[in-house]
Design a protein around this ligand. Structure first.
Ligand code: WT7
Length: 653
């Protein structure tokens, strides 16, 4: 961003207060209850977190030191305490909830299984013993490359039980990405499967793993292979071991290893704007605490809930809200293996109906894709059990929010729009569903104990409403990133240097409206500069998405001699619309000018069949910029959902 603040052009006036029915039963039932939490946190945030950590976690050795800032910004939390994350997720529920269902699993082809807490505990213990028998000990790295099956959770929990540091690689990533991550972590073991099901096809995980290991990965001593699809694969005798064979004769009793609160729990790679992916390193106690408090405050989780977070365990969302948070609070979760559109766009809604899902959490990209399929698909299912909906991953445009609210939530479910990052570990800005009045498109307010500001380039808070700036976190928090694996300097440079170690730089731009609501405007790298006006991509995209014919939109800046940057919009249309003509281009340009002002009117609109997205559904605007400028593509395109998208986009130039 340059020195100017980002201008806001989007205005949203619809308000959605929670219903009395929801609030009465909520964990945080009213403003007074929320305010008292916030006041305690504001007065003494360290003391606030100490109290939460003592109340919510089971400690083997209680901590005395809450926050150690000696080496700030390499902060440490609770670091003279000891606990075990897997003990906190499993063992402590056995007495009261041993027979409660922990996991309801549905495979893509419809196979179903369930695991009670007792059964899950046994399976985790047995697999932890398998890892130990293979010589894996505390501090060793284990890479997990599995489909979305219960064994993925079991493998992660088993690592946590013995203090091995897991690094999950999303099953959709290529052999090359897998290899990079194995080499960066210097992992000792790889856990994979013959394959998984997605979109009616088999994803050949073992074959990709073989390719990754063939070209390097010297640290790998062995591979454990889960049989999922049963199709034929090659096993290398000295190196590869079937999961089920490795478990033969292995005990299901395994004492947890008591670990320092700061012991690394996992590494998870995220791509930076440049250079190789960063291994985001999280610690144990602080991270787990954040998952628990947000499960309670934001998801309002109750004993009888059926909680479904659709994220794959390859993303942080799948770590915090599939593997760790829900189990730590003893909830029942749903895990689904396959694609949201298999065999048709009703699959998510069918799963919600069949398993009685009460709290549902997904990404705006999925919502827009399912919305594109029309209202009569969800209308065919009984979604009346749903009581709370959530979104994460990108700003949700108000039209998608309204659809989610009306069609999926039947008009009665609060929506929690949760802003956070791989680095923050858990939700940072989100509504408290029984208290906060929602505004479609706003993630509302920071959570108790979390201090967030919008600042200008000099680090001064922007006080005027609707002026965009850098979104920063101004105090350390328990679930924060500890460092970038093997790269302390990059951790400092990426997140702290900009404001001299004082603020954590999120990389997002945001504004606050006159009532203090936070609105995320996009990544700071994506900001446009049009005739001296700094505009976020998100607001122009939202305006386009509000047009009845538009399904998806991505806005980028193209160099322009006169205006500095001209606005170029890539647009996909709803299924029911034929490909756009000149008249529609004019209509859409005028529509944006009408909705938000002439300054934001796109100079050019290109219709495409698909937008380039990462596997987690984020639009790759930087890639679109390179394409529109005719530059050679230097970005990692292996994470693209489909490579053919590239060719089509290049043809449009
Ligand atoms: C980036 C972090 C957090 C888990 C999944 C993504 C964007 C995330 C929201 C939201 C607007 C959002 C931000 C953020 N983002 N949630 N509710 N509203 N933007 O994790 O891959 O680390 O991405 O996703 O740009 O910085 P991630």
């Amino acid at each position: 961003m340059n020195e100017n603040n980002v201008e806001s052009i989007l205005h949203e006036e619809r308000l959605f207060p929670p219903s009395a029915e929801f609030s009465t039963k909520a964990r945080i039932p009213n403003r007074a209850a929320l305010d008292s939490l916030i006041q305690v946190a504001n007065k003494d945030y360290v003391g606030f977190w100490a109290k939460q950590a003592r109340a919510e976690l089971s400690w083997h050795q209680p901590f005395e030191i809450t926050l150690d800032s000696t080496n700030a910004p390499y902060y440490q939390w609770f670091n003279d305490g000891e606990l075990n994350v897997s003990f906190n997720c499993l063992d402590r529920h056995l007495k009261d909830k041993g027979d409660k269902i922990a996991i309801i699993f549905e495979g893509e082809s419809g196979d179903r299984t369930t695991l009670t807490y007792q059964q899950l505990h046994q399976r985790v213990c047995r697999f932890a013993n398998v890892l130990k028998a293979q010589g894996i000990t505390q501090g060793d790295r284990v890479v997990i490359y599995l489909p979305m099956v219960p064994e993925a959770v079991i493998a992660m929990q088993a690592c946590a039980r013995i203090g091995a540091i897991h690094s999950v690689v999303f099953g959709g990533f290529s052999a090359e990405s897998l290899k990079d991550r194995i080499e960066d972590t210097e992992a000792k073991f790889l856990i994979t499967a013959d394959g998984g099901y997605r979109g009616g096809r088999i994803i050949a995980l073992k074959a990709a793993a073989d390719r990754a290991l063939k070209s390097g990965c010297k640290s790998i001593q062995g591979v454990i292979v889960l049989r999922r699809t049963g199709h034929s694969i090659s096993m290398i005798t000295e190196r590869d071991l079937w999961w089920h064979e490795a478990e033969t004769g292995i005990s299901s009793h395994c004492d947890p290893v008591w670990l320092n609160a700061e012991h690394p729990l996992f590494l998870l790679y995220t791509s930076g704007s440049t250079g190789k992916p960063k291994g985001i390193q999280h610690a144990s106690a602080g991270y787990l605490l954040g998952t628990i408090t947000t499960m309670k405050w934001v998801f309002d989780i109750r004993d009888e809930d059926i909680f479904w977070c659709t994220a794959d365990i390859g993303w942080v969302t799948g770590h915090s809200y599939v593997t760790y948070g829900p189990l730590a609070v003893g909830a029942t979760i749903v895990i689904y293996e396959g694609a949201p559109t298999f065999p048709d766009s009703g699959r998510f809604w069918k799963i919600c109906q069949d398993h009685g899902v009460t709290v549902f959490y997904t990404a705006p990209t999925a919502i827009r894709a399912l919305m594109k399929a029309g209202d009569n698909i969800p209308a065919a299912y009984n979604l009346s059990q749903l009581r709370l909906l959530g979104t994460v991953g990108e700003p949700i445009n108000p039209e998608a929010w309204m659809w989610y609210h009306r069609v999926i939530g039947g008009g009665h479910c609060p929506i929690v729009d949760t802003w956070w990052q791989t680095e923050t570990g858990v939700h940072m800005i989100a509504p408290i569903p029984g208290v906060t009045t929602a505004k479609p498109g706003s993630c509302t307010f920071p959570l108790p104990g979390i201090d967030i500001a919008v600042v200008n380039a000099q680090g001064q808070p922007i006080t005027a409403p609707d002026q965009g700036g850098y979104l920063v976190i101004t105090k350390p928090w328990p679930s924060m990133i500890r460092t970038i694996w093997q790269d302390k300097q990059r951790y400092y440079d990426t997140y702290w240097r900009k404001f001299d170690g004082k603020y954590y730089l999120s990389g997002d731009s945001a504004r606050r409206d006159e009532e203090g609501y936070f609105w995320i405007m996009g990544r700071t790298d994506d900001i446009l500069n049009v005739a001296g006006h700094r505009l976020g991509t998100m607001e122009i995209e939202s305006a386009l998405l509000a047009h009845p014919k538009v399904a998806e939109a991505a806005v980028i800046g193209r160099p322009d001699d006169i205006k500095g940057e001209a606005i170029l919009a890539y647009v996909t249309l709803k299924e029911t619309c034929s490909i756009g003509d000149k008249a529609l281009i004019i209509e859409l340009r005028d529509w944006v000018a009408d909705q938000i002002g002439a300054i934001a009117k796109p100079d050019e609109i290109r219709f495409v069949d698909n937008l380039p997205k990462t596997r987690s559904g984020k639009i790759m605007r930087r890639l679109l910029r390179s394409i529109s400028r005719g530059e050679t593509i230097t970005q990692d395109t292996s994470t693209l959902e489909s490579e053919t998208i590239l060719t089509q986009l290049q043809e449009k130039n």
